[in-house]
Each structure stands twice: as structure tokens, then as C-alpha cells.
Design a protein. Structure first.
Length: 279
């Protein structure tokens, strides 16, 4: 009984439509999945309809980029229903912050000699949360760059030549809004915060005290040893060890739903324990 609690669709920067993500997950034998597009719930209705057809459980979710004590953290919010609500209402503002930033990034790229336009970028986006991966796709199409990851290296990544900040929630705001919306949070790919356990633990303990429920221990890009270490940190701190592939379709080549790079297994108990943390 395996699940996958971190999946992207074309509602944000994945390449498969939401119903296709769900159909693939069901065909792979998963019992439940969470769709966690960046800053949008717009894929949830189609995913939910597909989940009913394919007899798989769908958790409505969203991935947020937040600030905490000078750190950039990705936070997954689960059990967030599309429609109005405390967190839901903030997502629109986060998406318009993306739109403003995308225009500035494209201007920077033009100054650097990459002749792409916002129209080029938008041709690669089919949802309402447009971001750097779509800008990367436009660069690849223009011919000067080979892949999304090559576009990030040096240009689009944090500190890259065309990098531009955008408005974010703070971690504590995100947790409060999520709880008010009836959801719970897990920290996505926690080693992007810091790879050093003595540094990571106090940050996680702070966020737990602010209402954080989980920590993404079972993550595609981590070795089985690291996953085990993160699961035991989660247990020590009273957090649920959650997991997900961070599937993006062709946007992250070689990364499969459920199994990640081949060795990922996310126990269904992760979702059961997360359910028990719902406010
Ligand atoms: P944005 O949403 O515009 O802030 O872009 C961040 C997203 O870009 C991440 O959530 C990833 O999906 C993707 N991303 C970040 N770094 C890379 C990379 N090195 N290669 C490919 N995609 C990346
Ligand atoms: Zn993404
Ligand atoms: Fe992320
Ligand atoms: Fe993600």
C-alpha cells in the first residue's frame, strides 16, 4: 500500500494534465495521491473527477514557497479545498506576484542577450501558476539552452544572473492560514533548508511549535539512508514523516510517480497519520 504526496501537474509546472497524473498513479497501483501544484488549486477539480473514475484517493494540496528566519522553505499544504478560504484567498496574490516577477526575469534575460518574450513563456504554461520552469522552457525552445535544469544553472536559480525575488508568505503565516483552512503542512525536501542536522533540527522544532505537522522524509532525490535519518528526526520532533516523488512529468526527466528514481516507497501510514493531525 503505497502513496505519493507530492505531485505536480500542468496546473503549475508539471507537464501532464491533472487527470493524466491521477490515471498514471492509479495504473501504478498507488492507493492515494496528493496533487500539490505551486500556488494553485486549479488542477484539483479535474484530478478529483479522475480519482473517482480510477478509484484512488485524492488529497487536495498545494506547494508554497515561504520565508523563515532568512531561509527559503517549500511547504506542502494538504486537505485544502478549492474555493474561498483563508489560505485559498492568498493564493491569487501569490500568483500575481509570480506574474510581476516573470516579466522582470524576461527583461533581465533580454538584457543578457536571450531574446524571449512573455508570449513565448506563456505558450509553455497551461495553468495559472506560471514560473521559472516555463521561462526555462521558452529558453530551450529559443535554442540556446538544452534543458530546464541547464536554464536554472547560472541563470534562473537563486543567485543566478536573471534571478528575481518574489513575494512569499512567512512560514508561520503559511501554517496559520493552512490550519484556518482546515489543512496541515509538511516541509517539502527539507534538506534544501540545510543539510546539516544540528542546523536543521532547531528550525524544524520552531516550525513544529508554530503548528507544523509533517516533514517530507521519503523524497525521490534522497538516498534510503537519508530518508531513514529524516524519518527519525521527524519521530524525535513529533512530526509525521511524509513523502512524495515531486513528479513534474517531462519537467523532471527520470522521475516517476510513486517510485521516484526507482527506490522510493511511501507508506500509506504517512497519509493516515497526516489525517489524524487535521485541525
Ligand atoms: P518558481 O516556481 O518560479 O519559483 O520555480 C521553482 C520551481 O522550478 C521549483 O519548484 C522546481 O519545480 C523548478 N526547479 C527548481 N530548480 C530547478 C532545476 N535546477 N532544474 C529544473 N527545475 C527546477
Ligand atoms: Zn515545480
Ligand atoms: Fe519544491
Ligand atoms: Fe514540488
Amino acid at each position: 500500500m503505497a502513496v505519493d504526496l507530492h505531485l505536480h501537474s500542468s496546473a503549475s509546472d508539471g507537464t501532464d494534465p491533472p487527470d493524466v497524473v491521477v490515471a498514471k498513479a492509479a495504473a501504478l497501483g498507488l492507493t492515494a495521491i496528493a496533487l500539490t501544484d505551486h500556488d494553485t488549486l486549479s488542477g484539483i477539480p479535474a484530478a478529483r473527477a479522475a480519482a473517482a473514475r480510477h478509484s484512488i484517493d485524492l488529497v487536495p494540496g498545494v506547494e508554497l514557497s515561504v520565508d523563515h528566519a532568512g531561509l527559503k522553505i517549500h511547504m506542502l499544504a494538504y486537505f485544502i479545498e478549492p474555493g474561498p478560504g483563508p489560505l485559498q484567498d492568498r493564493l491569487g496574490a501569490l500568483r500575481s506576484g509570480r506574474d510581476t516577477r516573470n516579466v522582470i526575469i524576461v527583461q533581465r534575460l533580454n538584457e543578457l542577450g536571450y531574446p524571449i518574450t512573455m508570449e513565448d513563456v506563456l505558450r509553455h504554461a497551461s495553468g495559472d501558476a506560471v514560473g521559472r520552469p516555463h521561462i526555462a522552457d521558452a529558453l530551450v525552445e529559443a535554442g540556446s539552452i538544452a534543458s530546464r535544469s541547464e536554464a536554472f544553472a547560472g541563470l534562473l536559480s537563486d543567485g543566478g544572473r536573471a534571478y528575481v525575488e518574489r513575494d512569499r508568505l512567512t512560514a508561520t503565516e503559511a501554517i496559520e492560514l493552512t490550519l484556518q483552512s482546515g489543512g496541515v503542512n509538511s516541509i517539502a525536501h527539507p534538506l534544501t533548508i540545510n543539510t546539516d542536522a544540528p542546523t536543521l533540527r532547531p528550525v524544524l522544532a520552531d516550525l513544529r511549535d508554530a503548528g507544523l505537522a509533517g516533514l517530507e522524509a521519503y523524497y525521490s532525490e534522497y538516498s534510503p539512508t537519508i530518508r531513514g535519518q529524516l524519518a527519525s528526526i521527524a519521530a524525535d520532533l513529533g512530526l509525521v514523516a511524509t513523502g512524495g516523488s515531486d513528479y513534474h512529468g517531462a519537467g523532471k526527466p527520470g522521475l516517476e510517480i510513486g517510485t521516484g528514481r526507482g527506490d522510493l516507497v511511501i507508506p500509506a501510514t504517512a497519509l493516515e497519520r497526516l489525517q489524524q493531525r487535521r485541525p
